[in-house]
Design a protein around this ligand. Structure first.
Ligand SMILES: Nc1ncnc2c1ncn2[C@@H]1O[C@H](COP(=O)(O)OP(=O)(O)O)[C@@H](O)[C@H]1O
Ligand SMILES: [Mg+2]
Length: 391
């Protein structure tokens, strides 16, 4: 296909050293390394002198522990073990979606009403299971942290959604939900003036009986109570979502799309890049994570396989030939090397495909580490790799 296009290199240190950068958002599909990248960037920024705060969503247990994230209390905590010679600091918090939702209710309703809403089963299921709630809450929390002015750089990890686009779609989806027909119907009678009530009542009574059959009386009552109470906060939700959306478009924000060198993840990354562009959101670049390279890349896959075959034939069946079982192990290692070279080649092709479709997007590659990244040392290594390619 196309001749290989060399990607522009992403200069991570320039991005994190630039004081105008106030928010970095790590997006991407599930399992590609968003949480790892966000934590590694936060740590590096802190060690280079910034007052950084990482908002993580689903850190693996060991990583969370190593950052001191043992409780889900929605407050950023100072991370111990950060090198502070440059005057920086790192705070981290784990997003508790339900807690954030509760806090909004508490902040926007009087105590009695808040208690009523929080205890409402409909609210409880909405706040923990509504599709997109977590994305919405991540944005909500980001708005709060940014507003607090305690940090000069906030690094945001995004929820483990199937699609990276969910993050951008969440506020609208919540808005659509609140504006939806069912919600209108439920809130309609409560909002309508008395003179309309009589007219509406007949129709509503019929609808109610249908809904009662479908949902059950208690659920319907719960839903009505909750929605009526929520109504007072309705505008608030919308306004804040819009404010956060504008914050994401502001020049101080940088999106980093994280992808593994696999076709699904890169296709998703492409969609995301196009969406950001369409919505005029500032994209800083692509992190290509878990790239497989080989320390012995001069030995080609073909030669390596040929050598394995030679060893195996010389050795005869069952490894009992004159050359002994040691050669079997050598042959297996050669085959593994060949596989890794093939994988590396496939990954390179996929990366080139992305670059030829989006030639202006800066890219940084992070190689696959021999084991999971689960502590500050591991994060520091990722941070160094992320920055080594800066031009
Ligand atoms: N470059 C890497 N090399 C090896 N393991 C990695 C690398 N990046 C991430 N991981 C591991 O992959 C797993 C998924 O990463 P994570 O950051 O949680 O992904 P996401 O947040 O996108 O779901 C974690 O166990 C993490 O330690
Ligand atoms: Mg994650």
């Amino acid at each position: 296909m196309s001749a290989s296009v060399k990607p522009v290199r992403l200069d991570m240190d320039r991005l994190i050293d630039d004081r105008r950068t106030r928010i970095i958002v790590c997006c991407g599909s599930g399992g590609v390394g968003k949480t790892t990248a966000a934590a590694a960037i936060g740590l590096r920024a802190a060690e280079r002198g910034r007052q950084a705060c990482v908002l993580t969503v689903d850190p693996a247990r060991r990583l969370a522990q190593s950052m001191g994230l043992t409780s889900l209390d929605n407050t950023p905590r100072l991370v111990e073990g950060v090198q502070a010679e440059n005057g920086g600091s790192l705070h981290a918090m784990m997003l508790d979606m339900k807690r954030t939702f509760d806090e909004i209710v508490e902040a926007h309703a009087d105590p009695d009403r808040a208690a009523q809403i929080l205890a409402n089963p409909f609210y409880q299921s909405l706040s923990s299971s509504f599709a997109g709630t977590q994305e919405y809450m991540a944005m909500e929390k980001l708005g709060q942290l940014r507003h607090a002015e305690e940090w000069d750089l906030i690094v945001v990890d995004t929820p483990p959604s199937r699609s990276a686009l969910d993050f951008l779609d969440a506020p609208q989806r919540l808005g659509r939900f609140l504006d939806g027909r069912l919600i209108r119907m439920l809130t309609g009678p409560a909002k309508a003036g008395m003179s309309y009530m009589r007219v509406l009542n007949a129709g509503f009574a019929m609808m109610t009986s249908v809904l009662t059959k479908i949902l059950g009386a208690q659920v319907l009552k719960d839903a009505q109570t909750f929605i009526t109470a929520l109504d007072t906060m309705f505008g608030g939700f919308r306004e804040r979502a819009e404010a956060t959306y504008r914050l994401l478009q502001a020049p101080g924000t940088a999106f980093l799309v994280v992808a593994a060198p696999e076709s699904d993840a890169l296709r998703e990354a492409s969609y995301f890049v196009e969406r950001l562009d369409a919505e005029r959101m500032p994209l800083a670049g692509l992190i290509l994570n878990r790239v497989h390279t080989s320390p012995a890349s001069r030995l080609s896959a073909a030669r390596s396989l040929a050598a394995a075959e030679t060893l195996e034939t010389q050795n005869g069946p069952n490894g009992k030939g004159a050359t002994g079982p040691r050669y079997y192990i050598a042959a297996a290692a050669l085959r593994m090397h060949a596989e890794r070279m093939h994988l590396g080649k496939r990954e390179r092709r996929l990366a080139e495909h992305f670059t030829s479709a989006h030639p202006a997007i800066p890219v940084v590659e992070v190689d696959a580490q021999p084991e999971d990244v689960h502590d500050l040392d591991g994060l520091r290594i990722i941070g160094t790799i992320l920055s080594r390619q800066g031009s």
